[in-house]
Design a protein around this ligand. Structure first.
Ligand code: HEM
Length: 243
């Protein structure tokens, strides 16, 4: 096995690293199941929203009471929300269970620590601004950079996994009378069910925004290669680099 591989301008001391899968099987399988369940959640969530496209703050809200936001959508009572609820709850459980499995796996194998927590050299504005400026100029990462996540990816993935998804799940549970009758603190902390619904809506929108930017970045970095790595575990670049 080669001990070093040459890339223009970069020497990788131990090429074994290129031989190992870019993404582990658990990360890949949970990522794609999770993506499917997210589409189910987004479509059904939109259907449910159409039944009452207004957002309130506090415990109660309804037509004739002051709202926080009136979405420019038609009220469609008895519309997609009837099948939307079943799909939403089914997708939510798939999303929660695969997410939980991924998080436990990441904690036990130190995946988060090794691959998602920014390295010491990444801290500070300079490396972050460098990545942002490269993206703004639509510069593709080098093959060596493609072998790990950059600092902006790491911070974004951590925020999505440990802040946005837990917030969406928590506010979702806070809207369930069955759950809040047993654990009222879950909804009290938000100031009521309508506040939980409003926060749920905005957090879900941030996730959709993340998804759009995430897929755009995958395209920028090289769609075929990145997708191959996320599906098979190996990128073509990694194989080519083995001397
Ligand atoms: C809501 C849906 C999605 C979420 C929450 C999500 C989240 C993530 C996360 C957290 C990672 C890092 C995984 C790890 O190493 O632990 C990742 C990687 C990746 N995702 Fe997604 N993803 C979503 C949808 C998608 C979609 C639709 C695509 C492609 C069309 C995609 C393509 C990829 C690729 C290629 C990588 C590896 C990136 C790289 O090697 O630089 N993801 N995603």
């Amino acid at each position: 096995m080669a001990q070093s591989a040459y890339l223009p301008g970069v020497t990788i001391q131990n090429a074994d690293v290129l031989d190992s899968p870019r993404h582990s099987a658990v990360v890949r399988v949970t990522h794609w199941i999770h993506t499917l369940s997210f589409f189910g959640l987004a479509v059904s969530g939109f259907g449910i929203l159409l039944a009452h496209p207004r957002l309130y703050w506090g415990e109660t809200g309804g037509v004739g009471t002051p709202s926080v936001l009136d979405l420019p959508l038609p009220f469609m009572l008895g519309g997609p929300s009837s099948w939307g609820r079943s799909l939403h709850f089914l997708s939510a459980w798939v999303c929660v269970l695969t997410g939980l499995f991924y998080v436990l796996f990441g904690l036990f194998t130190r995946h988060f620590w090794k691959n998602l927590v920014p390295r010491k050299t990444d801290f500070g504005w300079k490396p972050i601004m460098q990545v942002i400026s490269n993206h703004m100029r639509l510069m593709r990462p080098t093959e060596a950079e493609s072998q790990s996540y950059n600092v902006v990816q790491r911070l974004t993935y951590l925020a999505v996994v440990f802040v946005l998804f837990p917030l969406v799940i928590w506010t979702g549970l806070a809207m369930s009378p069955a759950i809040t009758s047993v654990f009222p603190a879950i909804v009290i902390i938000f100031g009521g069910q309508q506040s939980a619904r409003t926060i749920h809506f905005f957090a879900a929108n941030f996730l959709v925004l993340f998804l759009i930017v995430h897929v755009a970045m995958v395209c920028l970095a090289g769609f075929k290669n990145r997708m191959r790595a996320m599906i098979t575990g190996h990128s073509a670049a990694g194989k080519d680099l083995l001397l």
